[in-house]
Ligand binder design. Sequence first.
Ligand code: MF3
Ligand code: CO
Length: 260
Amino acid sequence: MKPPSLVVPKTPAEVARMRRAGRVAAVALREVARAVAPGVATEALDRLAETVIRDHGGVPSFKGYRGYPASICTSIDDEVVHGIPGPRVLREGELLSIDLGVRLEGFHADVAVTVPVGEVPPEVSRLIATTQAALDAGVAAARPGATLGDVSWAIQSVVEAAGFSAVRDFAGHGVGRALHEDPQVPNVGRPGTGPALRVGMTLAVEPMVNMGGPDVVMDDDGWTVRTRDHSLSAHAEHTVAVTAAGPEVLTRLDETAAVY
Ligand code: MF3
Ligand code: CO
């Protein structure tokens, strides 16, 4: 039997806290993304992220989460999500997904982006752009009166129109006092289905997009998820509040420059 859904709507004051957590997460992710270059080890990116997060009064959400050993996830090429930073050095032409969470004032914000390491082929740029467009479409659908299926369909349709696959075995999620709250936010679904979206819901929308098939496998480390067919994969994520005026992105990477 399915357990009851435990969606926790946020008050405006709580959304304000999440907005501050989201701003720190966005700033930290931007700093990490800027540091990406051939020759950089992913563990150096992890240290940078933790420093920026703590300098702004936050705590890395991921560190210690179910025993996860780092502050960010770094997923390279056919790695989909949850790659663990380490001594591996980035090389020209690779594709790097960076996922980062911040807890501040008791609330989490979760954000991810995929960036090229140096120059990548046009098809890889198209994968990155499609993933970002799928995220934007999912976010735009997160308005009161819509359903969760509308968000999922918005993502899936952008991904599939581009000839890529949305990962089905992992999904976005509610986010708030806990990093992962109800509901799950799948990256595939049918419009008009699922629970209605209501003001105060805060969602992590996070398309994971494979160049080949949708299937994924887990590495022996128990964390790293990769494509079964070893095709490249990209990931993008925002933390979004459903407001009466529509979706508010709490982790926007631009706009943050003025704040710091
Ligand atoms: N954004 C990732 C997710 O929602 C965060 C994973 S936390 C980790 O799945 F600790 F497991 F890495
Ligand atoms: Co997430």
